[in-house]
Structure formats: C-alpha cells, structure tokens
Write a protein that binds this ligand. Structure first.
Ligand SMILES: [Zn+2]
Length: 381
C-alpha cells in the first residue's frame, strides 16, 4: 500500500494551488498568508486559508475562477444534487477522478464491498451521471454521486432500485420485495445501500403491510450522500431522520444487526470520502478520518480550531491529493461535526481521528461567511 506523507504532500498541494489559482492567492494575500513561508510544521495547517463550499455554488458563479487549470484540461464538471436548484459545480481532470477511485478502493474493506447481492437506492450509475447533464465550456456536467456509484466496485448481482419515470425517479418496490423474500432467513451476504431517506421511506411503506424480515448476520446497510435531514436532491420526505431511529427501525424490520450499519460522508468539493460504523453505545455513526486526509473542526462563531472530545463545529477538510484541477486543497463545508477523539476510535480502537456528523448548519447559526465575502470582494475588485 502506498505510503502517504500527508503533511509534506499537503504543503506542496497548497503551494501549487496558491500559484495556480489567482482567486486563492488573493484570498491568502487578504489574510497576509503565503504558504511557502507560513506552512512549515504540522500545527501550521490550522492557519491555511480555506474556501467555503458555497463559493462553488452555481449561483456564486465562481467555479471557473476556482479552477487551477484551463477548462479544456478538465474531464468533466462534477455537480452536486441540490434541493434548491443551486448545485455545486467542481471541475475535475481525469487524474483527479482517478484519485477518488483510489480512495474508494482503499476503503473497500470498511465499506464491505464484497457483498454478493446488492439493492441500491439510487439509479444506475450511467443514468445518474447523465441525468440533467449539460455542457459548460465544452465539458459535460455529471452528477457527483453518479460518479461515485460508477467507481464503487459492486458485485454482478446489483440492482439499482431507482428507475426514471416522467422526469423523476421512483423506487421499484416490487423488485425490492422480491429481493427481500428471496433472501429472507438465508443469511446471504446481502447489502442495502444508497440514499438514507429513500431506504427509510421504503421501510415505512413495507412496515404498514408486511411482517418483518430476517436478512441475518451477514447483511449490511450502507448509506451515503447525506439525507438525514430528510432531503437529498429532489427527494424531500419532509422530516429529519435521527440516525439512531433510522438504524433501530431499519435494523429491526429487516433483521440486520445494528453493528452492520455504515454510512459514508462525502461532498462534491472533497476528494476523500469518510466512512462511519454505527455504535450501539453512542447511538451514532463513528467516522474515521483516514491517514490520506485531514479534518479540522472549527468553532461556528469564532472559527477557532477545536480539539476537545465533545466539541462541535464546522468541518474543514484538507486535501493533499486529487485537487490538481480545482482549488479544493482546503475546504470548509456548511456541515457540523463533533469530535469523538483526535487519536483513536473508542469503539474499534483504530488509531484515527474519529468524529460524528451532526448535519447542516442552520442559517441563523452560521457565521457571517467572512471568508466568502473576502474572496468575492477581493476577486471582483
Ligand atoms: Zn471505529
């Protein structure tokens, strides 16, 4: 396995980003920051200026300014699913796409990709990638999650339950029920994966008309792409889903142990997905930060880095890899997390920073987006 020297590689990535992307350089200058002079030790990483994910939104109209290369060098624009119709747009080269693939492969074991029979609460990857795809500067836009799905090494027996109908998607419940009956009481290595609200919704529907199933000890539930606030893309089930309630209800109805629940957190502007395993004791998913990435949790008001167990704040992600085409080396997302431990997962003892994902910051809680204003003013001046 490749050896990652995160600090060294992050330093060279941020210095190149400073040189390649004028908008980022201006942001740094406005904070009197020069990475080649100011980033010398690991602790200095906390001072590296970050770009907020809101700047990648279509409405901010800065996604070309945030490139580190000419648009002709991009393979595609990866686009987030968006309830509001204001997606993030991130230009990626072929090399940067391959980096995402490498990180997913490195997490294969944790994501239990070897399951033999899979039901996925998403459309087929190619369908999802092309859904509402357009061209920007001669390059196609493609769903980010669609790209993740096409990278994910599913076995041959995989059924994507979301089928297009009348411009939207609907869940093939008939197939889902058939799948459940086929594997009931068999202890097969099956997985239910995909969108949290859709799986939750399907569970609620079945509960009203069927007896619980028993998929057994070898079955897993792997959700991804958020949605615990009840919203994801065009899906809105109107209620927030508490993680423990999701796990308890889905676990008891399908007869899948709670320990077999995992969730993957990623967003369009980031390169390394993080995966959490469910802790019965903590009633939440515990996400491991892999050694090829770094997370800083910042106070929501002061933006000061936090370090204590139980501290909650905004999530900043540092990327040493996979951002050669866009200014994604230091990204602040409008989601909050809680520090479980900076050094070790209390449940499985892995020696990694461990966090819980709390969810989207509400408008009123959010800080005045200081950095956003900075960069917009500086760039447009
Ligand atoms: Zn763990």
């Amino acid at each position: 396995m490749k050896d990652y020297n995160f600090f060294k590689d992050f330093r060279s990535n941020i210095i190149s980003q400073y040189e390649d992307c004028n908008a980022y350089k201006l942001l740094c200058s406005s904070q009197f920051y020069d990475p080649s002079k100011d980033l010398n030790m690991e602790v200095d990483m906390e001072r590296v200026p970050f770009i907020e994910t809101t700047l990648f939104k279509k409405s901010a109209n800065m996604y070309t300014i945030l490139l580190r290369t000419e648009p002709k060098n991009l393979e595609k624009w990866t686009v987030s699913s968006s309830t509001s119709g204001d997606p993030s747009i991130v230009g990626r080269s072929k090399k940067d796409m391959l980096q995402i693939k490498e990180f997913i492969q490195l997490e294969q074991e944790r994501m239990d990709t070897s399951s033999e029979y899979n039901c996925v609460f998403y459309p087929e990857p190619e369908v999802m990638k092309k859904y509402k795809s357009t061209q920007i500067l001669d390059r196609p836009t493609e769903s980010y999650i669609g790209n993740i799905l096409s990278i994910f090494p599913y076995s041959e027996n995989t059924n994507y339950l979301l089928h297009p109908s009348e411009g939207e998607f609907s869940v093939d419940m008939e197939y889902f029920i058939k799948f459940l009956n086929e594997h009931n009481h068999k202890d097969d290595h099956v997985s239910l994966r995909g969108s949290t609200p859709l799986l939750y919704n399907a569970t609620q529907q079945l509960k009203e008309r069927m007896k619980p199933f028993n998929l057994g000890e070898s079955a897993i539930v792997h959700t991804g792409g958020g949605g615990f606030d009840g919203k994801k893309g065009t899906i809105n089930i109107g209620t927030k889903i508490e993680r423990w309630r999701f796990v308890e209800e889905v676990s008891s109805f399908f007869g899948i142990p709670e320990e077999n629940f995992i969730d993957t957190y990623s967003f369009t502007e980031n390169t390394f997905p993080i995966t959490g395993h469910y802790s019965k004791e903590q009633k939440d998913y515990l996400f491991h930060i892999p050694r090829w990435g770094k997370v800083i949790i910042r106070d929501i008001k002061t933006l000061r880095p936090l370090h204590k167990q139980g501290d909650r704040g905004l999530i900043q992600m540092l990327n040493a890899y996979g951002t050669s085409s866009f200014a994604g080396a230091s990204i602040m997302v409008d989601d909050m997390a809680e520090i479980v431990s900076e050094t070790r997962c209390p449940e499985c003892n892995a020696e990694v920073m461990t966090i819980k994902i709390i969810g989207r910051v509400k408008g009123s809680e959010a800080k005045g987006c200081g950095a956003t204003l900075d960069i917009k003013e500086v760039v447009k001046a």
